[in-house]
Design a protein around this ligand. Structure first.
Ligand code: FAD
Length: 574
C-alpha cells in the first residue's frame, strides 16, 4: 500500500489513548494515521477498568467487541484497608440514566484489550503503522503543518500533519522533550507484580471484584483475569528499593505477599506463571496538556497511583476530549485559546479529582506505623509535596488543617465514603451480600435530604453570579458544543453540570432575597436542565458558592459529592 506523507492528524502511540482518539476522529470524519512503536499484541499493565470507559466505548460502538472477548466482569472494587483491615466494597451500581451508562467494567488482559481497540480503529479506516517509532514532533513554521519523524528497522521518514496527538504512554515523547513532566512528590511508589494460575475464586456479589489490601509497607492488588489467572501486585514506598536490592526482587515480592492473609488465602493453591516485574516512580503530570496543535493524552500527559484503577479511563477520556477539540479547531482555528483552556481544565480537572481523592483516602486511612503509611499522611497547609497542585491550593484557601475545613473535611468525606461501603462483618466471603450496602446508602441519603431541608435560608456567597463559557463533548456526535457553568467574579465555576442564564438569574436573586431549600427546589424544577435541584444546590454549596443556614442561623454543611466526581463514573456526562 502506498503511504501518504501528509495526514490531517497523526497519533503517536496505539494504547487505549491512541486507539480511542483514532476511533473518535474517524467518527468525526477525519483522516488519521497512527504510529505504534511495537507490533501488537504487546504486554501492558493496567488490567482493571472503570465503567466510565465502557460508557465511551459504547458510544463509539466498540463495547460489543470488548464484551465478546469474555473478560471477567467487574461489578465492584473491594478494599481491605487501614489498621482494622475492614473490608469495603465500592459497587458501580448506578441508575441507567442514559443507554451507555454502565454498572460494571471488566478485568482485562491488556494485550488483548489493546489489540481489540487498535483493530477497531483500523477497521474504521485509521492508517495504522505498527513497528513505527515516532522520534520527533516539530511545530510547523508560521502555522504550517507539523512534522512527525519516525523510524523502524528498515527505514525512517517524516510525515506532515495538521494536528498531532501524543499518546506514547509513559515514554511521553513531547513531555520529555519539552521538559513538561513533573514527578509527584507525594506518590513516590514502586510496584512489583506477577501472575498466578489457579487459586480461590469468590462467588456471589464479590465475584470478579478487584481486591486492594493493605499491609505494613503498602498495599496489594489482586485482580481476577480470565483463563483462571490472577494479576497480583505489591505497591510500596520507593524507599523499599533498598530492601529489594538486599533480598532480591523475587524474595521481596514473596515477603510482601506473605504479610497479606487474603493474598495467602486466595493464592494458596495457585501456581505463579510469570516472572516478577518492577516499576518505580510512575506518578507525574505535565505542566501543559496541549501546545497549539499538539495534544497530550493518557500516560504521556499524566498518571497517578493505580489504587482506583483510573489509568485507562483517564487515557480514554482525554483521547475523546482531544479528538473533539481537534475536530473543532479544524473548522474554527480562531478558537485555539478557548479550546486549549477547556482541554486543560477538563482533563486536569479529572486528574485532580483522582489525585485529591487518592491523597485523602490514603491520608484518612493511614494508621499503620511504617514508612509507607507515615509518608502518606498529609501534613496540613505546609505540606510542600502538594505545591502547585491546584486542588490543594484551593483547599489551603479553606485552611488546610486537620479537623478544620480543607484537608480535615476532605479526609472526613473520604472516610464517610468508605463507611458507606463498609461490610457489616470483618470478613471476605462468598456470603457477602450487597443489599447491606444499599440499606446504608439509603440511610445516608435520607440524612442528606434532611440536611437540605434544614436550610431555611440559602444565599449566594460571592459578589456576582456569572455564566462562564466552556465546551462539552456531545455524547453521541462527539462534536464540541458550547456550554456554560455557573461561577463568580473570580472566574471560578462549578463544572459538574452546565447551567443556564435562568439559573444565573435565580441565584443572583438570592443575593437580595435568600430562599429556603424547598422554595429554591421548587423554582429550580421550573428550569430546563438534566441536573436535579439536589445535585445543583449540593454542588454549589460544597463548592462554596451557596451558603445555607438553619432556622437558628447556624450554617448547614452539605456533603453530597461523595463520589468525588470522576471516581468510577464518566466525567463530563452524568
Ligand atoms: C503499577 C501500575 C498499575 C496499574 N494498574 C492499572 C489498573 O488497574 N487499571 C488502569 O486503568 N490502569 C492501570 N495502570 C495504568 C495504565 O497502565 C495506563 O494508565 C494506561 O496503559 C495508559 O494508556 P496509554 O494509551 O496512555 O499508554 P500505553 O498503554 O502505555 O500505550 C502507549 C503506546 O505508545 C507506544 N509508544 C511509546 N513510545 C512510542 C513512540 N515513540 N512512537 C510510537 N509509539 C510509541 C507504546 O508501545 C504503547 O503501545 C497501572 C499502572 C501502573 C504503573
Amino acid at each position: 500500500m502506498s503511504r501518504k506523507t501528509r495526514n490531517s492528524i497523526v497519533i503517536a502511540g496505539g494504547g487505549p489513548a491512541g486507539s480511542v482518539a483514532a476511533l473518535c476522529l474517524r467518527r468525526l470524519g477525519h483522516e488519521v494515521a497512527l504510529f505504534e512503536r511495537e507490533r501488537f499484541p504487546r504486554y501492558r499493565l493496567g488490567e482493571s477498568l472503570l465503567p466510565g470507559t465502557m460508557a465511551i466505548l459504547t458510544r463509539l460502538g466498540v463495547a460489543d467487541r470488548i464484551k465478546a472477548a469474555n473478560f471477567v466482569r467487574k461489578n465492584a472494587a473491594t478494599f481491605i484497608w487501614g489498621p482494622e483491615q475492614a473490608p469495603w466494597t465500592f459497587t458501580f451500581a448506578t441508575p441507567r440514566t442514559a443507554p451507555w451508562v454502565h454498572d460494571h467494567a471488566y478485568q482485562v488482559t491488556r494485550a488483548e484489550y489493546d489489540q481489540i481497540l487498535l483493530d477497531a480503529a483500523r477497521d474504521r479506516g485509521t492508517d495504522i503503522r505498527e513497528e513505527h517509532e515516532v522520534t520527533g514532533i516539530e511545530a510547523g513554521d508560521n502555522g504550517g503543518p507539523l512534522s512527525v519523524t519516525w523510524r523502524n528497522r528498515q527505514s525512517r521518514g517524516t510525515v506532515k500533519a495538521d494536528f498531532v496527538i501524543d499518546a506514547t504512554g509513559s515514554h511521553g515523547i513531547m513531555a520529555r522533550k519539552l521538559g513538561l513532566r513533573r514527578y509527584d512528590r507525594y506518590f513516590r511508589n514502586l510496584a512489583a507484580w506477577s501472575y498466578f494460575k489457579g487459586g480461590k475464586r469468590f462467588q456471589g456479589d464479590l465475584e470478579g471484584n478487584i481486591f486492594s489490601v493493605t499491609f505494613r509497607e503498602g498495599w496489594i492488588w489482586i485482580i481476577p483475569l480470565k483463563d483462571d489467572i490472577y494479576s497480583v501486585g505489591v505497591v510500596s514506598d520507593r524507599a523499599s528499593s533498598a530492601r529489594m536490592r538486599e533480598v532480591g526482587i523475587e524474595a521481596f515480592y514473596q515477603e510482601c505477599l506473605a504479610q497479606c492473609p487474603l493474598a495467602t488465602e486466595i493464592l494458596d493453591s495457585a501456581t505463579r506463571c510469570a516472572k516478577v516485574r518492577v516499576i518505580r516512580d510512575w506518578a507525574y503530570d505535565a505542566s501543559n496538556l496541549s501546545m497549539g496543535r499538539t495534544f497530550l493524552c493518557g500516560d504521556s500527559a499524566c498518571f497517578i497511583d493505580p489504587l482506583f484503577s483510573q489509568g485507562v479511563h483517564l487515557a480514554t477520556y482525554s483521547a475523546m476530549l482531544a479528538a473533539a477539540g481537534i475536530d473543532h479547531l479544524s473548522r474554527r482555528p480562531e478558537d485555539a485559546d478557548s479550546v486549549a483552556a477547556w482541554y486543560e481544565s477538563s482533563y486536569r480537572g479529572a486528574y485532580n479529582r483522582y489525585h485529591e481523592f487518592l491523597a485523602a483516602f490514603y491520608s484518612a486511612n493511614a494508621g499503620l506505623d511504617s514508612k509507607f503509611w507515615q509518608n502518606r499522611q498529609i501534613e496540613g497547609a505546609g505540606d510542600s509535596r502538594f505545591e502547585g497542585k491546584e486542588w490543594f491550593t484551593a483547599l489551603s484557601g479553606h485552611q488546610v488543617e486537620a479537623g478544620a475545613d480543607g484537608i480535615g473535611e476532605l479526609e472526613e468525606r473520604a472516610s464517610t465514603l468508605a463507611d458507606l461501603w463498609q461490610h457489616e462483618k470483618n470478613e471476605v466471603t462468598d456470603r457477602f451480600d450487597e443489599t447491606e450496602l444499599s440499606l446504608r446508602r439509603v440511610r445516608w441519603a435520607s440524612h442528606l435530604l434532611r440536611d437540605f431541608r434544614r436550610m431555611t435560608r440559602i444565599a449566594w456567597a460571592s459578589e456576582e453570579v456569572r455564566l462562564i463559557p466552556s465546551f462539552r463533548v456531545h455524547p453521541t456526535s462527539f462534536r464540541l458544543e458550547r456550554q456554560y457553568f455557573i461561577g463568580d467574579e473570580t472566574g471560578r465555576s462549578m463544572t459538574a453540570f452546565p447551567l443556564s442564564d435562568q439559573h444565573r438569574r435565580l441565584f443572583a436573586s438570592l443575593k437580595e432575597t435568600p430562599l429556603g431549600y424547598r422554595e429554591l427546589e421548587r423554582k429550580l424544577k421550573t428550569i430546563r436542565g438534566y441536573a436535579t435541584p439536589i445535585q445543583i444546590v449540593g454542588r454549589l454549596t460544597e463548592n462554596g458558592f451557596l451558603q445555607g443556614y438553619d432556622k437558628d442561623g447556624v450554617r448547614v454543611r452539605i456533603r453530597a459529592a461523595l463520589r468525588f466526581g470522576g471516581v468510577g463514573a464518566e466525567d463530563d456526562i452524568s
